[in-house]
Design a binder for this molecule. Structure first.
Ligand code: ADP
Ligand code: ASP
Ligand code: MG
Length: 452
């Protein structure tokens, strides 16, 4: 085991000079933290995604480039010795401008990954220089040298053995002598093309890196002091959770709690690496420890909300007592690499939601060719503007009566695709987007705030 921690700083934690200086202070105060994984500065990835999706209007492209310049130069202007950093960032911004022009002719997932990676490539130049100017022996490391993935642009899968081998060779020795600053979110395929892990992917990067270097601990520094009973931006009365199990936190992340990328805890769990989530702005407030063994396992732990859901309903009278209908459906979905998330069935219909978005954003789409093939089999309805609400807890399938409480709280809502009983850890359903925040607020009040 490497006797050091990996720390990941999210977009708001590296939003500007002051925020980055707070990160630097945290790093200085914890000599055990040797490997820093940084996101792009807040707002930068959204701007890069806009450019990567193809902006026809040259003036608009210019405006976006200027916004990117403003964010990064505001930090450079506060450096004591800005020259090398300024040159590096200027050259990266120049490349962004020419890639944006190319994307205005033809965008692609490959080009999108190439473009969005500039966010993390720039922020790590800034953070490294800030650390150096404070007297820390910091070096910037290009994570694409070790973060080998497949070529599934926008939603890449890591190649664990290669990552581990390269990390032991190139990264671990560097961490013995320096504080190493590297990029979250991005990797490279075998041909050296840049790939990404999907939006919010820096958490996953940090966990993969922690696994590859066999770190002692993983720190996720963000803009809230830990994991709460639900998103505190939706419910201000949400309560912080001091300690939570890997399985509960994984359910939360999978069901959309934005605080962690869904895959984050997989590598940490594989290696039993404890994870801490805290606020880089208010570290004194403490945070949440995610561990294998925890002291309490309450019936209700948290509520998660994931929006941008696409629901497909397939109806066919032939489904009734027929063999192989679902097999046919899944054969078509597999052919078009469509990953299914939730599923409910009746005798004549099956409803499913499509798996979450990749780096380009938006609600997942059913490809037109796949829809055509499905329509040869059955009637296909596609609905959007839906959100998934998940109630996460422990031993829920063994507890009587709680479903009544949930559904009576939500009796005025139109609930769809209720999944109940398949997992002892969750109950989930879809609601219309417009109702989703209120549904979470009502449920939180009933299940978490009125508890003795
Ligand atoms: P970062 O840029 O640091 O990765 P994110 O915006 O991705 O930060 O994640 C932090 C945000 O996650 C918080 O500001 C909060 O709005 C949201 N969030 C969603 N669910 C929860 C939860 N259960 N507890 C805390 N924060 C949550
Ligand atoms: N910068 C990327 C994003 O905004 C990755 C991350 O911040 O985790 O999605
Ligand atoms: Mg995030």
């Amino acid at each position: 085991m490497s006797a050091f921690n990996v720390a990941k700083f999210g977009g708001t934690s590296v939003a500007n000079f002051e925020a980055m200086s707070r990160c630097a202070e945290l790093i200085e105060n914890n000599p055990n933290t040797k490997l820093i994984v940084s996101s792009a500065c807040s707002g930068v990835t959204n701007l890069l995604v806009e450019l990567a999706n193809g902006v026809q209007d040259e003036k608009r492209r210019q405006v976006v480039i200027e916004q990117l310049e403003d964010i990064h130069y505001a930090v450079i202007d506060k450096l004591a010795d800005p020259l090398a950093t300024e040159q590096a960032v200027a050259s990266l911004l120049k490349s962004v401008a020419s890639a944006a022009e190319a994307a205005s002719f033809q965008s692609s997932d490959k080009l999108t990954d190439h473009m969005v990676a500039y966010g993390e490539r720039m922020s790590t130049h800034l953070l490294t220089q800030i650390l150096k100017e404070r007297g820390v022996s910091a070096v910037r490391f290009n994570i694409r040298e070790i973060m080998r993935t497949d070529s599934a642009y926008g939603k890449a899968e890591p190649e664990l053995d290669t990552i581990s081998k390269l990390a032991q060779e190139k990264l671990v020795p560097l961490c013995q002598k320096h504080v190493v600053v590297t990029q979250g979110f991005i990797g490279a395929d075998i041909e050296g093309n840049t790939t990404t892990f999907g939006r919010g992917g820096s958490d996953y990067s940090a966990a993969l890196i922690a696994e590859a270097v066999a770190a002692e601990g993983l720190e996720i520094w963000t803009d809230v002091p830990g994991i709460y009973t639900t998103d505190p931006r939706i419910v201000p009365k949400a309560a912080p959770i001091p300690e939570i199990s890997f399985s509960e936190a994984s359910e939360m992340a999978n069901f959309g709690a934005k605080i962690l990328h869904p895959s984050t805890l997989v590598p940490a769990l594989r290696h039993g690496i404890p994870v801490f989530v805290g606020s880089s702005k208010e570290p004194e407030k403490g945070g949440t420890w995610i561990r294998q063994e925890v002291e309490s396992s309450p019936l209700f732990r948290a509520l998660a909300l994931r929006c941008n859901q696409t629901m497909i309903t397939l109806r066919s009278p032939n489904m009734f007592q027929a063999y192989g209908f679902l097999a046919e459906v899944f054969k078509i979905l597999a052919k078009y690499k469509i990953s299914v998330d939730l599923i409910t069935t009746s005798e004549v219909s099956v409803s499913l939601t499509l798996d979450q978005t990749n780096t380009s954003g938006g609600a997942p789409e059913l490809p037109a060719e796949a829809q055509k093939e499905l329509e040869e089999l059955c009637i296909v309805e596609v609905e959007q503007n839906l959100c998934l609400v998940a109630l996460i807890g422990n031993n829920m399938s063994e507890c009587k009566g709680y479903a009544k409480k949930v559904f009576s709280t939500l009796e005025d809502y139109n609930l769809r695709m209720i999944c109940y009983g398949a997992s002892p850890h969750n109950l989930c359903f879809l609601v219309r987007s417009n109702d989703s925040r209120r549904a979470v607020q009502d449920l939180h009040r009933e299940l978490f705030e009125l508890r003795e």
